[in-house]
Each structure stands twice: as C-alpha cells, then as structure tokens.
Design a protein around this ligand. Structure first.
Ligand code: GDP
Length: 542
C-alpha cells in the first residue's frame, strides 16, 4: 500500500490507499456532474446539442431541431438517441472529453416542474447558468438560481445569442450582480457590439477568438485565434473599445477567484453563440478546469462521507413509463461514494431492507460496457425499483443517510375525488405512487374528511397526475378547487393552533410532514403575528 497523496482532502493523511480507493479517487477526479439552468428559449437545447457535438458524443448536431415548436427536450433527446444510436434520456447525458467524463443532468425548463429541477440540482456538483444576451436574467432563471444558491452550487455563466443585437456586456454584468447578488468574473470578453459581434478575448491569455457565423453549426467549427497585435490590426476600434473595458474590469477586480466561485459567491462569465458553436469549446474547457469534481458528500449528521467509502448514493428522481413497451419505474441514483458494480447488494437506509441492483444500469452510457460499473458523480438507473422513493439513501456495508432532498412549498391545492367508486384500491395506490415519484404531494386533512388533497407548484403537475391516474392506474379522478393558496411547514403545535381556524387548516403528507395551508398570504400573516411561536417554515424536504 502507498501513502495518500497530500492534496487528497477526502482521505485521512496517514491512511494507506488501496487500489480500489485509488481507482475511485481517480474516477471521481475526472468527473464533472452538472446541469444547465435557464429560462425557456435561452438556448438550452441548442447548447446541449453543441456540448455533445464538441464532446464527441455525436458527429453532427442540429438534425433534431427541425421539428419546430411545441417539442420538448425529452423528445428531442429521445430522437437524438434514435437517430444517432447513442444512449441518452431526459435525465442524464454521459460523454467524455479527453480523460474527463461529463454527466449532464437535465433540468425541466417549465416553471411548473420546478420541483423536479430542485431535485436534479441536488444531484449536480455545478451548473451552467445560460442567459439570453438580449434578455439577461429571466423569471425562470431567477427561480432556478435561487435553488442553486440555496445549495451553494458553483455556477458558470454563458451569455448566449451574442451574434444578435442584445445588451451591452458591462450592463449585463451589473444586471447579474444586482439581480442575483452574485459577482460576475468574466473569463472571456466580447469584442464588437451585440449585433456586430467580432469574437471574444480570452482574458487568461489575451488571445482573440474570432467569431464566424456558421449556418446551422452542425459540425465542429475550428476557431481562428489571433494574437492581441493581430486582433488590434484586424478589429480596429472594436478592439480598442474592448481593451478599455477590460482595463475597467481589471480596475474593479473582477477576475476569477476559485474559492469564491466554489462557494457560489462569484461566477465566471463566458460570451458565445450556441447556434454558431461559438464559445462552446471554451465552455467545455472551463467545465473541465473550473467546475468541481465530486467530493465527500455531506450526510444527515453533517459528516463527510469519503469518496473512497463503500458504495453510497441517493435517489433524486423517479421516472415512470419511460419505456412505452412495458410499464416500468426507473429510480435515478446519484453515486456519492465508492465503486458501483451491477448486481451488487445494497441497503435502503429508510426501510432497512436489502436491495439487489441486478437491473441497475448506467442508463446513458454510450458504450454498453460502461453499464457494468460506475463511480462517484455518475448517475445510475434502477429499473422496476418499486421499493425506492425520492430521497432514499442506498449504501453498501457502511451505513450512511443523506439529507432529504429539498422541495418547494406547494402553492396550489386540489381535492382529488375518485370518479369511479369501484376503483378505490387503484385510486389509493395510484395517488400513493404519484406522491412517491414526486409528481404531486399527497396530503390528508386532519379534520376527519378522508378526501385526499393534492399539492404542487404548477398546474401541469395536476394535469400529469390526472392523466396518469386515468391511463396508468385506471382510476380517473376529478380535481376540485380548494380555497388554499399558501402553505408553510408546521408541527403539532401548529396543528393545535389551527384546529378551529376558519380560513386555514393542517394537511399531513404521507411522510408525516404537516403543512399549514392558508386561504391567502394575508391570512397567514395575520395568524403569524398572533402566533409568533408557531413553526411556519417555507423549507420542505422530500
Ligand atoms: P431552449 O428553450 O432553452 O431549449 O432553447 P432552444 O435551444 O430551443 O433555442 C431557442 C431558439 O433560440 C431557437 O430558435 C434557437 O435556434 C435559437 N438560438 C439558440 N442559441 C442561439 C444563438 O446563439 N444565437 C441565435 N441567434 N439564436 C439561438
């Protein structure tokens, strides 16, 4: 055995490292597990395709773009899979550049599925915040940013669509700082104004990367790189202006600070045009160089589980019926420590029951061979994992429990009525399952009325629940409005205090969490002022 390397913070300095440990640390060091957060239309699908193109996972990008509007990312990726013969799903894309392996986790763009995004971000080590250069921070970006911020996820920022008229770059930096309280530290700087975009200066080297408009950008485009002298010559006034701005940036001290970035206080900023492939290579390089690899995951007690501990991971997403040929339920697990091998026996920390991951696979690997093993940072899918629910921790030999996954306090509530009283069993089972998958929150009233209440943050969640109840469980439901619009997590004390309230009540989720629901924010505020000691928390977990 050999002593640990001094720069490995995850293993005690004096402990010897086995070959398996060495392999685990090496695999973890080479992994980047990240997500893209953006507002719809900022270019996430385009960027995803280009990352795959530049990552060598596809030879040509763009073919899936011809379907027009109304498509969604899931079907794009499935289409991509079909056409290219590579394995992708809407949950994670797995590709390698050099010796770095990327796991790109998909975040649903629609606001109504923000809860899904929250869960996905709990499995990511970093994220790319993608902004439209003409629009800056949009509502959904802000919402997702807040989620990322709550977890201190390091963010890289790509300002996209710079080939088009848009906002002045200094203005954009101010805007990011003011809106997000996040300090932007440009790594590249645009030359030319939006609409007359000439390219970017790589602030680390001073080199000029010339923008070339490409039609479609379906192939990798070699970038012309000029020295500052050459760029000054070819770009004239545009170069002079950019250099003045760069001086200003240096004067205000906006350079990359790695520690502040890792703590989620600053964000390295890149400018590009995903549709023209411009800036995609630089972003990939930045993900390799700056984005953090997996590190010791924090457990429920606040301890750090070393990467080299036996296998552990947590379920962050459950997807039902991803394969239309047969009903299935795939649980997606983010690996936090150890080496995963197919067929291994693990324990479910919640149920205390053993679980054999015989059907487990890394669903998204390009090569089937990769299905046999996985490492920290990877995402594996377990098929027909009926015993698993969101937030479950799985471990081998050395017990660990990871913290529950945060969820958003529901804002919409509906009574779910069984439309066919002959289907009571299916009705109960269906709702239970939708709750476990995180489609909606299943809630029970404490006032004795047995009608279940569904909670969520967006109408689409209810639409999905209603559709799946009818088609999958054969138990059609009628949804009826409730008067409630605002919820807070509370406890027994809150339940007692609200017992006879006429405009609020307490609902209990399947896991015992109590939710105080109010007919308006005003009712909540009024109650809060009169009951300052009652627990009313906005943070929920799954
Ligand atoms: P998503 O909704 O975030 O996934 O956005 P899409 O990738 O579908 O892009 C939305 C629209 O913006 C599409 O028409 C894209 O062709 C276009 N788009 C994406 N990136 C760029 C870019 O860099 N420049 C320009 N001009 N258009 C872009």
């Amino acid at each position: 055995s050999t002593p640990t390397t001094p720069d490995d913070p995850t293993a005690a300095a004096s402990e010897p490292v086995s070959n398996t440990d060495r392999a685990t640390l090496d695999a973890a060091r080479r992994r980047r597990t990240f997500a893209i957060i953006s507002h719809p239309d900022a270019g996430k699908t385009t960027l995803t395709e280009k990352l795959l193109l530049y990552g060598g996972a596809v030879q040509e990008a763009g073919a899936v773009r011809s379907k027009g509007r109304g498509r969604d990312v899931t079907s794009d990726w499935m289409e991509l899979e079909r056409r290219r013969g590579i394995s992708v799903t809407s949950t994670a894309l797995h590709f390698s550049v050099g010796d770095v392996t990327f796991n790109l986790l998909d975040t649903p763009g629609h606001r109504d599925f923000s809860e899904d995004t929250l869960r996905v971000l709990s499995a990511a080590d970093s994220a790319v915040m993608l902004l439209d250069g003409a629009k800056g921070v949009e509502p959904q970006t802000l919402r997702l940013f807040e989620v990322a911020k709550a977890r201190n996820i390091p963010l890289l920022t790509l300002i996209n669509k710079y080939d088009r008229p848009g906002l002045d770059p200094l203005h954009l930096l101010d805007h990011i700082e003011e809106t997000l309280d996040l300090k932007p530290t440009p790594v590249t700087w645009p030359v030319g104004i939006p609409g007359d975009f000439r390219g970017v200066i790589d602030l680390r080297t001073g080199a000029f990367h010339r923008f070339e408009r490409v039609a479609g950008g379906s192939k990798v485009v070699p970038t012309t790189i000029l020295t500052p002298e050459e760029a000054a010559e070819s770009e004239g006034d545009a170069w002079t202006t950019a250099m003045e701005e760069v001086e200003l940036l240096q004067a205000i001290g906006a350079e990359h600070d790695h520690e502040a970035f890792l703590a989620g206080r600053t964000t390295p900023v890149f400018f590009g045009s995903a549709v023209s492939n411009f800036g995609v290579g630089l972003l990939l390089e930045a993900l390799m160089e700056l984005a953090p690899p997996p590190s010791a995951h924090v457990d429920l007690e606040g301890g750090h589980r070393p990467l080299t501990s036996p296998f552990s991971g947590f379920v962050f997403k459950i997807q039902a019926n991803s394969d239309p040929r047969h009903r299935d339920r795939v649980a997606f697990i983010r690996i936090c420590s150890g080496h995963f091998e197919r067929g291994m026996k693990v324990m479910n920390a919640r149920t205390g029951k053993p679980f054999t991951m015989s059907y487990a696979h890394e669903v998204f690997a390009q090569e089937r061979a990769a299905l046999e093993e996985a490492w920290p940072g990877d995402v594996i899918g377990v098929v027909n994992a009926l015993d698993l629910t969101i937030g479950d921790t799985l471990y081998a030999s050395e017990p660990v429990v990871y913290p529950p996954i945060p969820s958003l306090a529901p804002e919409l509530f509906a009574f779910a009525r069984n439309a066919d009283t002959g289907r009571t069993k299916q009705f109960r089972k269906g709702l239970q399952q939708l709750d476990e998958e995180g489609v909606v929150h299943l809630l029970t009233r404490v006032n004795g009325d047995p009608t279940p209440v569904l909670g969520g943050v967006g109408q689409l969640q209810f639409d999905v629940a209603q559709e799946r109840m009818a088609t999958e469980f054969g138990a059609a439901i009628r949804l009826e409005p409730t008067p409630y619009t605002t919820a807070r997590r509370t406890d027994e004390g809150g339940e007692a205090a609200l017992r006879h309230h006429s405009q609020a009540e307490v609902l209990v989720r399947t896991d015992g969490t109590r939710l105080a629901v109010f007919q308006s924010p005003f009712v909540l505020q009024f109650f809060q002022e009169r009951n300052p000691d009652v627990l009313l928390d906005t943070m929920l977990t799954r």
